[in-house]
Design a protein around this ligand. Structure first.
Ligand code: ATP
Ligand code: MG
Length: 259
């Protein structure tokens, strides 16, 4: 059976032009190779600057890869339209305070991806938005609100709704819990897990929280200096970590999301 997501020999090289006398490439991410099946959850862990965000941004199509390929259901990204890629993989960024435009109502924030990527009528868009608000646990009343009128959990719910409104196959969450305290983070994780159970989507979590990673993921990738140094099932990673960096990441003190 073809995996939902296949990442094949992916590389990203950032040019180091802002550095004096630096003409070459400064940071290299890759090679990255892995597969993710439908309905499964992948966690990406690694120290700061190890390349986690660069990797997920390539998968979400936010930044182009320098080389390599990404396949969704066996179809290469390069053979898909931008709209189809956008519909298939959605990313939720770390801080909704930054990613949600404060001058735009929740209704407009949720309409934009539908206008850009689908040919739904205004009425169909409205129905899809109402369904999505219900999915993330927000009332329709919020459609006329602006992001700064909402609590930080509600802002995260809007960010999840914006990701879900196109019915994607894969949701990527990049360090979304780092701006929330434990109990609020727990609420957001539960919303995502419920959505995953209902919709059968695959999830990719970038997280520094090892309890969370252990609790919610099926497989783990460990990044170090842009390289994928270890990749295995969550059980194997936690029961028998092979690399020194994995061992040290697992030992880091983190709040327990299972409480
Ligand atoms: N646009 C860019 N131009 C040049 N270098 C970049 C750019 N974006 C990231 N980098 C570099 O690439 C490396 C990986 O960065 P990345 O943000 O992917 O790491 P990360 O694992 O997400 O870190 P963190 O845990 O702090 O979020 C870092 O050394 C970073 O400085
Ligand atoms: Mg990052």
């Amino acid at each position: 059976m073809t995996a939902l997501l296949t990442v094949n020999n992916l590389y990203k090289k950032y040019k180091g032009s802002k550095y004096f006398l630096s003409s070459g490439f400064r940071h290299a991410i890759g090679p990255i190779n892995f597969t993710l099946d439908r309905g499964k959850t992948l966690a990406i862990i690694g120290e700061n600057g190890s390349g986690k965000s660069s990797l997920v941004k390539m998968i979400a199509g936010v930044i182009p890869a320098t080389s390599g390929d990404i396949f969704i259901n066996g179809i290469s990204f390069s053979a898909m339209s931008r709209q189809d890629r956008c519909k298939s993989v959605r990313i939720i960024f770390q801080d909704p305070n930054i990613s949600l435009n404060p001058k735009v109502t929740i209704g407009k924030i949720l309409t934009a991806p539908l206008e850009l990527n689908t040919s739904l009528t205004a009425e169909q868009r409205k129905q899809q938005i109402l369904k999505t608000l219900d999915l993330v646990g927000l009332l329709p009343d919020y459609l006329d609100f602006y992001p700064n009128m909402l609590s930080s959990v509600q802002q995260h719910q809007v960010a999840i709704a914006r990701a879900m409104v196109l019915n994607p196959d894969i949701i990527i969450a990049d360090s979304i819990l780092s701006t929330l305290d434990t109990s609020l983070g727990f609420k957001i994780v539960n919303i995502l897990l419920e959505i995953q159970a209902k919709k059968g989507i695959s999830c990719i979590f970038v997280s520094h929280n090892m309890n969370l990673v252990r609790h919610i993921s099926d497989q783990v990738i460990v990044m170090q200096n842009g390289k994928m140094v270890e990749s295995n099932t969550t059980e194997q990673i936690f029961n028998s970590p092979q690399e020194a960096t994995t061992k040290s990441l697992l030992q880091s003190e983190q709040p327990d999301y299972r409480k």
